[in-house]
Design a protein around this ligand. Structure first.
Ligand SMILES: *[C@@H]1O[C@H](CO)[C@@H](O)[C@H](O)[C@H]1NC(C)=O
Ligand SMILES: *[C@@H]1O[C@H](CO)[C@@H](O)[C@H](O)[C@H]1NC(C)=O
Ligand SMILES: *[C@@H]1O[C@H](CO)[C@@H](O)[C@H](O)[C@H]1NC(C)=O
Length: 181
């Protein structure tokens, strides 16, 4: 019994120290049920690129009627919201642009391909229906911004933050790993 306890203790210490070292790796990519990781289009040294942000504060267990007991996360201080429909049957190339505001973008339907001509090492970012991302490469942070190309029938919500607000976050360079990878 004592041997077993000692072994269990040793195991838990070993596990804890691995966790401490690799905190990010172990929480990254949805293993940690308390963090929402999203792609963020950011302006860095005058060029747009992608980071993976772990939004803070993290998920909590809801006490709100209708969602009681489920995971809930606040999206922060929002200024307003818009709903955009791209025409069906044709591809819409929105060209190079900066994020009009620091904002959430939620894809309700369709698909987009976002590319970063000024950051040749940043791969195209494919955004699928059901995804949420952040765009903060506003004018002044990125010279030319990013280019977005939307499939026919894409529907997007844009939720700008209140001026000056950006959610607190943990940052990992590069895009988030694909959920279904
Ligand atoms: C995360 O999972 C743990 C263990 O299953 C659970 O106790 C906790 O409430 C969960 N947290 C959230 C925010 O869902
Ligand atoms: C929405 O809020 C953003 C950020 O404050 C602002 O720049 C924009 O003009 C607002 N749009 C409308 C239609 O009110
Ligand atoms: C990236 O996007 C551009 C513009 O839509 C497209 O021409 C190019 O083929 C894409 N590259 C990859 C690897 O998907």
């Amino acid at each position: 019994m004592q041997l077993l306890n000692t072994l269990l203790l040793a195991l838990s210490i070993a596990t804890t120290s691995v966790r401490a070292q690799d905190d990010l790796d172990s929480t990254y990519g949805g293993v940690d049920n308390t963090t929402l990781w999203v792609n963020a289009i950011v302006g860095e040294s005058g060029a747009s690129t992608v980071e993976c942000w772990g939004i803070q504060p993290p998920f909590v267990v809801s006490t709100q009627p209708g969602t009681v007991g489920n995971k809930i996360l606040q999206l922060g201080q929002l200024a307003n919201a818009s709903y955009t429909q791209f025409p069906p049957g044709v591809i819409t190339d929105s060209g190079l642009h900066n994020a009009p505001n620091a904002q959430w973008v939620v894809l309700l339907a369709g698909q987009g391909n976002i590319n970063f001509p000024d950051s040749p090492s940043t791969p195209n970012l494919t955004v699928n229906a059901g995804e949420i991302l952040i765009a903060v490469d506003t004018p002044g942070t990125s010279d030319v911004g990013h280019r977005s190309v939307w499939n026919g029938g894409t529907i997007a919500l844009q939720l700008p933050f209140e001026p000056g607000f950006v959610p607190a976050h943990k940052t990992v360079k590069g895009a988030c790993p694909k959920q279904d990878a």
